[in-house]
Ligand binder design. Structure first.
Ligand code: NAD
Length: 519
């Protein structure tokens, strides 16, 4: 999830651009900026901000301290109908879909530049909306969003079709064409980045888009759509309808005039989206779902300190609200105590703080429901006999927000709930093992298959594990290394298809064969 060029949690660089550190020059602090920000919660359809047709809204509060951020348009089926109709009209008109690739490329490049020039505003929206530290929003989320869009812009005029090896009296070409209207449904944990992973390839391929952001974090995506217009992406091509999953999301996934859904979210919702496709027009479905990833550390790991630091960031970065989080730490017995001591020391240095303070490394969980869910998993770990090594409690209650300590369990058995279910919070389950075969068997004993890691100095062990682990991404002597150039997605119930890289075009394009016979 992290960009290879970023260093999450490195607050020093974030502080360089942080107004809080420059107060002697009267630059406002992030808290002051937050107090002045008035986010617009209206939908964005056909190039304009609009209220929902029913005029209904829902109140969006910040998980940082419970403050009201905006009244957000509560999109329903008629709003989705309107957005899809506008997206279809834009697609059919050819204003974007038939535009020369080089012209689409220029508009998307401008879009990426504008995202960079709105970095501070977008970062602040992201932090207020879902609670992540402002330093991470500035250093990771906004730059990674711009880079994703720029990368797909640059790819537009470098992807060629094929000519089949037929008889010389025939010409058979195989070309990729846009699908038409694509619906994207995204979660709240990386609102900007998840949106960028969809809109990059969807728009680069020439489709029109209706995006349904999470009801828990709709604000940055709405702002992105406005910026897209400024960049020259025509009205109707990129629409955003906020709303709840069971209303707006369901209406989009059931829509008869939507050609595909690019979904990121939980496995349970992914299964519903597939059903909606079957109940409606058999639209194409791409799913990026949950995970319970295993991080295997052998006793001969090349650098215990590096392995412990990576293991800590693999579960505490973004408050553990990461699909690819290394939530199961499998440690070979001889190094178990040494690993746990190092991880707990890092955990203690990462206590939650005010997300608007640039030195904060762990922020708020997205809402009270998510916090209660995380706390109930901690209770279940205790009840089922796991040993609490550190953390385990709610903190900063006086703030009015939702904060949980970085938590490490030891002596977890593979059957326990905290070893099997996705917690989506800063809770690490440590499972000791003796042999690599045992570790691989435990790692694969899950319904998920998103990511996995193996730490070993022995190339034979590392290679054997990398081959045997049933996951879309396997890291060797690292965790969560990432870049837009490589595919992201999972085996088993972690999803279908891949985001990122050129492979993402497969989700959002049709393959056409044109067979020409010569006289
Ligand atoms: P979620 O499934 O609750 O919601 C995801 C999106 O689906 C939201 O926009 C929501 O409104 C919408 N939705 C909910 N019910 C719907 C319905 N019936 N029909 C249509 N849409 C509906 O997930 P979440 O809590 O927002 O996000 C956390 C989950 O996302 C975790 O499981 C995490 O692992 C997963 N995730 C996966 C990836 C990946 O790339 N594999 C990335 C980020 C998050």
């Amino acid at each position: 999830m992290r960009d290879e060029h970023s260093v999450p949690g490195d607050s020093a660089a974030a502080s360089d651009s942080a107004p809080g550190k420059l107060s002697i020059m009267n630059t406002p602090t992030w808290q002051q900026r937050a107090a002045e920000l008035k986010p617009d919660g209206r939908a964005f359809i056909a190039g304009q901000r609009v209220a929902s047709l029913s005029a209904a809204t829902f109140a969006k509060h910040s998980p940082i301290d419970g403050r009201l951020l905006a009244h957000v348009a509560d999109g329903q089926s008629p709003d989705i109908d309107m957005a899809v109709a506008d997206a279809r009209a834009a697609f059919t008109s050819g204003v974007w879909s038939a535009r020369a690739p080089a012209a689409r490329k220029r508009a998307l490049q401008r879009f990426a530049e504008l995202i960079r020039s709105h970095k501070e505003e977008l970062a602040l929206l992201e932090t207020l909306d879902m609670g992540k530290p402002i330093g991470d929003s500035l250093k990771v989320d906004v730059p990674s969003t711009a880079r994703s869009i720029e990368w797909y812009a640059e790819a537009i005029d470098k992807v060629y079709g094929e000519v089949a090896p037929t008889a010389s009296s025939v010409l058979a070409t195989i070309t990729r064409e846009p699908l038409g209207v694509v619906g994207a449904i995204v979660p709240w944990n990386f609102p900007l980045i998840m949106t960028a992973w969809k809109i990059g390839p969807i728009l680069a391929a020439g489709n029109s888009l209706v995006l349904k952001p999470s009801e828990k974090s709709p604000l940055s995506a709405l702002r992105l759509a406005e910026i897209a217009i400024e960049a020259g992406i025509p009205p109707g091509v990129f629409n955003v309808v906020p709303g709840y999953g069971h209303t707006a999301g369901k209406a989009l996934a059931l829509h008869m005039d939507v050609d595909a859904i690019g979904f990121t979210g939980s496995t349970a919702t992914g299964k519903l989206v597939m059903q909606y496709a079957g109940q409606s027009n058999l639209k194409r479905v791409g799913l990026e779902c949950g995970g319970k990833s295993a991080n295997i550390v052998m006793a001969d790991c090349p650098d215990l300190e590096a392995a412990a630091t990576a293991a800590a960031f693999a579960i505490f970065f973004n408050q553990g609200e990461m699909c690819s989080a290394g939530s199961r730490l499998l440690v070979q017995r001889p190094i178990r105590e040494a690993m746990l001591d190092r991880i707990s020391a890092i955990a203690k240095r990462m206590m939650p703080g005010d997300p608007l303070d640039p030195s904060t490394r762990l922020g708020a969980l997205v809402d009270e429901t998510q916090m209660q869910r995380v706390l109930s998993y901690i209770d279940s770990g205790r009840e089922q006999g796991a040993r609490l090594h550190c953390g385990g409690d709610r903190v900063r209650q006086d703030s009015g927000g939702y904060y949980v300590e970085p938590t490490v369990f030891d002596d977890v058995s593979p059957q326990m709930k905290i070893a099997r279910e996705e917690i989506f919070g800063p809770v690490l389950s440590t499972i000791p093992f003796d042999t690599i075969d045992e570790a691989i068997a435990i790692a694969n004993s899950t319904e998920y298959g998103l990511a996995a890691a193996i730490w070993s100095r022995d190339i034979n062990v590392a290679h054997k594990a990398a081959r045997a682990l049933r996951s879309g991404m396997v890291y060797v002597n690292c965790y969560d290394a990432d870049d837009i150039t490589v595919p992201f997605g999972g085996y088993k119930q972690s999803g279908i298809g891949r985001d990122k890289s050129l492979h993402a075009f497969e989700k959002y394009t049709e393959l056409k064969t044109t067979w020409i016979e010569f006289g």
